[in-house]
Ligand binder design. Structure first.
Ligand SMILES: [Zn+2]
Ligand SMILES: [Zn+2]
Ligand SMILES: [Zn+2]
Length: 85
């Protein structure tokens, strides 16, 4: 499978929040699925969620790689290159 340098060098930091999307918990908004930033462990909500905090986190910080934070899901995604790996 084709991959990118971000996916190849991505870490595996522990989740900063285990209860849910960091911003949604603060704002009291809802999320659908959770994504974990592999640069800093930030937990944000997916693009099916109203606030899309995982994507917002990438735009704000430039941290390119997320992984699913849903039980049983192990896929990763690079925003910079639009590749899954
Ligand atoms: Zn990449
Ligand atoms: Zn959120
Ligand atoms: Zn991050």
């Amino acid at each position: 499978m084709w991959t990118c340098e971000h996916l190849e060098t991505a870490g595996d930091p522990p989740a900063l929040t285990s209860e849910g999307c960091a911003e949604c918990l603060e704002m009291g908004t809802r999320w659908v699925h959770l994504r974990r930033c592999l640069s800093c462990g930030h937990i944000g909500c997916c693009d099916s969620s109203p606030m899309r905090h995982a994507t917002a986190h990438y735009k704000e910080t430039g941290h390119p790689v997320i992984s699913s934070f849903e039980p049983g899901e192990t896929w990763r995604w690079c925003y910079a290159d639009n590749v899954m790996g």
